[in-house]
Design a binder for this molecule. Structure first.
Ligand SMILES: Cc1ncc(COP(=O)(O)O)c(C=O)c1O
Length: 427
């Protein structure tokens, strides 16, 4: 890629020019999107995959690379929004799935991998005495919140600004127009005084405090560990449950971010990569709470779900957790992420560019001081043109098959962006 230097070009003009390049390069994706518009609103069934003028239609993935309908190959730093940790073609998971397919699907009874997979998760995450499976991180959070309501007999949930816990469980600044009808209070993230006061004022009504230990979709903003510990102790002290949403962050150390930060949540929610790439969600925690789901007990809490123990997820998840997601593999990818983030910040600092990369380990996000959304748009078009796939929100996600070369490709493309667009970043 040789981007034109743009000292005298406005941001709007630069975006227009970059978009014209994207349009010219991606006619097959355009055609696929136009066809999709006939049957799906905006041609889309998953809002976060949409960007204008149209998203790239992906036709193949291998290792840490994806290819689009127009034949371009990319290093994949979107990483299926953290679910793609294993890459696109892990041989161990493929073998487990192929073997499973020989023995039939949709059988309607407990399967032979369910308990082993559950045990592997309980072994990995110290706060899980027991776990139950579901199909997504959204569902895991719904079930954890309902568990807290049933356990405490209270309704109020404290959540945090910028938090994302699934569709309908999203708490952006300014509120959401599509929220589930839980009784919630939204507290600023990392504001210990506000949280302490909010919990104290509502201690008799509070069922749960639900938080991501690092805002994921909200821009890879790590929480202060003292803030998390305060929430944990204050929630527990008033009889509410402390629920840690580790759907994204559980990959940041072998035992999750809770291990790294020394947290002991009452309930933890999981999702994404732990199902080996199949549809997956899980929630679990203290035995006395989770055992209320024991169907053999009087007044057991009801949790059904046709696909809770879907044989493909159970087989792929068990193989992923016990054979692929080793301590070494996770430590390596997170160290690579730390290295990448340092290098990107170095590029920005050396150029005096007003941009910063936040995050932990293998998850990070680019933040421009100039908050004009057109900058993220320009960044995405420029990086796509350089063979680097990432979402418009500027999130960067690593995967196990990534190499130093892949990281270098992103650093080079980012350096070129920072240099060629310098005048626009400062605007
Ligand atoms: C922290 C967090 N919780 C929950 C979810 C929802 O998971 P799912 O998309 O599997 O429903 C996500 C998804 O991005 C997430 O990042």
């Amino acid at each position: 890629m040789n981007l034109p230097s743009t000292p005298n070009v406005s941001l709007a003009d630069a975006v227009q020019e970059a978009e014209a390049g994207f349009v010219a390069a991606n006619p097959a994706s355009q055609a696929a999107w136009q066809e999709a518009c006939a049957s799906m609103p905006g041609g889309n069934t998953r809002t976060v995959l949409y960007f204008d003028p149209w998203p790239l239609t992906l036709v193949r993935g291998e290792g840490a690379a994806v290819w689009d309908a127009d034949g371009h190959g990319y290093v994949d730093f979107l990483g299926e929004y953290t679910c793609g940790l294993l890459g696109h073609s892990n041989e161990v998971v493929k073998a487990a799935l192929e073997k499973k397919l020989q023995n039939g699907i949709n059988m309607g009874g407990p399967g032979i991998h369910d308990a082993a997979f559950a045990q592997a998760l309980c072994n990995r995450f110290a706060s899980l005495d027991r776990v139950r499976f579901c199909n997504s991180g959204t569902e895991a959070n719904l079930l954890a919140l309902n568990s807290a309501r049933a356990w405490t007999g209270r309704d109020l949930i404290i959540v945090f600004e910028g938090g994302y816990h699934g569709s309908g469980l999203s708490f952006p600044k300014g509120g959401s127009n599509f929220a589930l009808p839980f009784e919630t209070l939204v507290c600023p993230y990392n504001d210990a005084d506000a949280a302490r006061a909010l919990i104290a004022q509502n201690k008799d009504k509070l069922a749960a405090v639900l938080i991501e230990p690092m805002l994921g979709s909200g821009g890879c903003i790590p929480a202060d560990v003292d803030f998390l510990k305060l929430l944990q102790s204050e929630a527990k002290a008033c009889g509410a449950l402390f629920i840690l949403d580790e759907v994204m962050t559980s990959r940041l150390s072998p035992g999750g971010l809770q291990q790294k930060l020394g947290l002991d949540p009452d309930l933890t929610t999981l999702g994404k990569y732990l199902g080996g790439g199949m549809s997956f969600g899980a929630f679990g925690g203290r035995a006395e709470i989770m055992d209320r789901f024991d169907p053999g007990q009087a007044n057991a809490w009801m949790h059904a779900g046709t696909f809770n123990n879907n044989v493909l997820t159970m087989a792929a998840g068990l193989a992923a957790v016990t054979e692929v997601l080793t301590d070494d593999a996770l430590n390596r990818v997170n160290a690579l992420g730390d290295q990448l983030r340092d290098r990107l910040n170095e590029v920005a600092d050396d150029a005096g560019a007003p941009v910063h990369v936040s995050g932990i380990g293998s998850l990070m996000a680019i933040h421009f001081e100039n908050q004009d959304p057109d900058l993220l748009k320009l960044l995405q078009f420029d990086l796509i043109a350089a063979g680097v796939y990432l979402p418009r929100r500027g999130m960067i996600v690593l995967s196990l098959p990534m190499t130093e070369t892949d990281i270098g490709d992103l650093v080079d493309a980012f350096a070129e962006f920072v240099e060629s667009r310098a005048g626009l970043l400062a605007a």
